[in-house]
Design a protein around this ligand. Structure first.
Ligand SMILES: [Zn+2]
Length: 233
């Protein structure tokens, strides 16, 4: 029963704290986003307005701002220099919408200023995808079939996914701190409104911390399993 296998595998308890933190972070980001989605900003600007205004203030008129379907699907795509904002953010004039729009502008600014962690992260995307999809199953299969080679190759692939998660952290924290600096510096939000935007961005950052912790503990678990496999042989 390979599908259930991860739960039979030893050291599952190692990843338990990360699972709990990830569930909490997920709950927290939804709740905080919903809360500040109901608080309208005094300036009446939408997320799209704010992103365009902040881009202009930084001389980044070349970056496009487009709507995208879905919820919390907001992102900046460095390949075509486009900020894509979900409907609630693009058309919304809440503190949540403005906070997220400013965060994505922060990524565009990182790109324009050649912020090193962002370029490292971008170059890791292809290997990290392979690592996260193949690494774990390969390592677990290696453990089941007692193949040290498969287990080690799986661990090596999975390490790339862990590295990617680690590099994501400074990129995300930096985009949020740029966002809050821009919102305050350009006078988009009043001081008490900044705190609302900050709460939304902090909750979002927690999901990245949870994902990173979960990847690190998963790697630790695989390493412990590799040690166990060696003792067994
Ligand atoms: Zn981001």
């Amino acid at each position: 029963m390979p599908i259930f296998y991860p739960f039979y595998a030893p050291y599952t308890i190692v990843v338990l704290p990360a699972i709990i933190l990830a569930l909490y972070a997920q709950f927290k980001v939804q709740a905080t986003f919903q809360q500040y989605l109901r608080v309208r900003a005094q300036n009446g600007m939408t997320g799209a307005d704010v992103a365009r205004m902040l881009l202009r203030s930084q001389g980044l008129e070349g970056v496009r701002v487009e709507p995208i379907p879905g919820r919390l699907t907001d992102h900046y795509d460095p390949r075509d220099r486009t900020i894509r904002l979900s409907q609630q953010v693009f058309h919304g004039n809440s503190l949540a919408a403005i906070g997220v729009a400013a965060h994505e502008t922060g990524h565009a600014l990182q790109h324009a200023t050649d912020y090193v962690p962002l370029s490292v992260r971008s170059s890791l995307v292809p290997v990290a995808n392979i690592g996260s999809q193949l690494g774990l199953p390969m390592a677990l299969l290696g453990y089941i079939f007692q193949s040290g080679f498969m287990l080690q190759l799986g661990i090596m692939l999975f390490s790339l996914a862990v590295l990617f998660q680690l590099v994501t952290l400074p990129v995300e924290f930096n985009a949020s701190s740029r966002a809050l600096g821009l919102l305050e510096g350009q006078g988009v939000l009043a001081r008490d409104e900044i705190n609302g935007a900050k709460a939304v961005l902090s909750a979002a950052a927690l999901t990245y911390v949870a994902a990173t912790l979960s990847a690190i503990l998963q790697l630790l678990r695989l390493l412990l399993m590799a040690g166990l496999g060696r003792r067994r042989n």
